[in-house]
Design a protein around this ligand. Sequence first.
Ligand code: F6R
Length: 635
Amino acid sequence: MSMVDSFEKIPVKIFSTLGEGSRFIGKEIATLIKEKSAKGEKAVLGLATGSSPKSLYAELVRLHREEGLSFKNVVTFNLDEYYPLDNDALQSYNRFMKEQLFNKVDIDPKNCHIPNGEWKKEDIKKHCLEYEKMIEDAGGIDLQILGIGNNGHIGFNEPGSSLFSKTRLIPLDNSTRIANSGDFQNISKVPRLAITMGISTILKAKRIVLMAWGQLKAPVIQKAVEGNVTEQIPASLLQQHNDCMFVTDEMAASDLTRFKSPWLTGETEWTPAIIRKAVVNMALKLGKPILSLTNSDYNDNGLSDLLVEKGDAYEINLQVFYVLRDSISGWPGGKPADTNPARPERSTPFPKRSLIFSPHPDDDIISMGGTFMRLHDQGHDVHVAYQTSGNIAVTDEFVTRFLDFAVGFEVLAGIDSQKSSQILQEATQFLKKKKASEIDTAEIRQIKGLIRRCEAKATCRYVGLEDNNIHFMNLPFYETGTIEKKPMGEADVLQTMELLRELKPQQIFAAGDLADPHGTHKVCLDIIFESMRRLKAAGDSWLKDCWLWLYKGAWQEWDISEIEMAIPMSPDQVMKKRFGIFIHQSQKDMVPFQGSDSREFWQRAEDRNANTAGLYAQLGLTKYAGIEAFVRWHY
Ligand code: F6R
């Protein structure tokens, strides 16, 4: 698209997946290295860490191994490092770079530069000056690779960093410490400081490529690319560089005006979905119910084109209002003997076999607890499949409580089972001596998994499910014992296909989380998609009668204009759901993976359901206490 009629002030290259985007950047780097090498020069790369560049580094390693790309003439300068932190700590960027790239290619370690978390505090200023000098002496950075923080930081240049800043020690923003706490045991273990190249150091690079993947990055990408240049969004300062490009996947680009409000960027094809999106957004922006929107509202908000094409506001309003109205249903499994074709679910067969896939043991109740209970209460044969053990999210303190109980019980009961007491002793000893970030033993992982399994079972019983309807999958991709999970594997898919074939559900509910491309939810969803794709290819006829509904995880909700099935909840149902979430005691209060939101899971779920209900009401529909939202996936 031409930059002249675009809202975008930095070119954005969008790929459908992060794999494709990473391959593109890999190719750019390889070309630079080869061109420089042909001239007998060194290629100077500025490198980033974090989750975003992992697939890029995997691609560079592949290029080295399979296509002979040599890094002998490459010099690198990394952006940043936590301070203070040992270089071999699991979270150290020095360690990260070795593990992800340096140890896997033929680069000379002497050519790899990275700020050091072990520098003495009094020497840091001197080291930072030297770092700048080394970059200069190397001839400056030819290509700077960047990620972007949700608050707009580049490197660890937090909001407020000056345009003229150089390599220095900087306090980490609280939002960054929370966002990165997943890599540490909890927020209190995240260092408060970091050493980072400055904004001016970055802007001096000859060329800059910033990458961003996943929906969580969408708001900040929009601000950096389309917003004003401001030190409050450090990445927006890149608008001032003359050779900078953003490379994103579709999710990270989804808030750009050309996708969010395409009617503002030129000719639009007015499909029902686009009309709905445009009208709903306008109504929310103006704080008006849909049926109160006037012709002049349309004209004043960039929608005159829609009026030209579709006629009067009155007709368009009604069309959108009916779609919203028809998405609301108290019958998530379909209403028996109902003939209204506009309802979101089919009335037959009734009852249905409904399968809820829950990535972690509490996603079912958190994200669709009201719907879960309704399905059961309305007589459907509801099954839940817990895809992963969720063991990584149980704190050591929590396990210790259970171990204390088990040991106490053994003493009390005088059971002389050598094996079990040995396991208990060993587990207790291990936890006592466990070092920060040490990986749990297989036994501890099993105990943690068992704790979550018991909680999930108790929740299912609370809803009224029989034990036979509860399936613990323990998918292998998750069982690494570390935060970093394996990618989807063959065993994960085969196990899922087997369960689907056994149950032959008429309805499936799955977590449709596309926010974090590296997250467990996304892998769980990919496994379901891949399993269904293969079953379809194999001609499994039951699939023709099976609908797939997607809910969102604990963090987000569907955009109001996308929702296809909205299940309302009464105040009593909201309370019942809350108590269901409470059963997951190990996830209450301080959990290891809190994310950037300090509310507990039940609060987030309630706020989110109330918010959806509020938006429906604001648009002129009935006000419910809460609404759970779903989008149908056509596979
Ligand atoms: C890391 C760095 C940071 C990250 C940013 C995004 O070297 O410079 O700016 O790029 O925090 O992190 P991820 O990629 O983990 O979302």
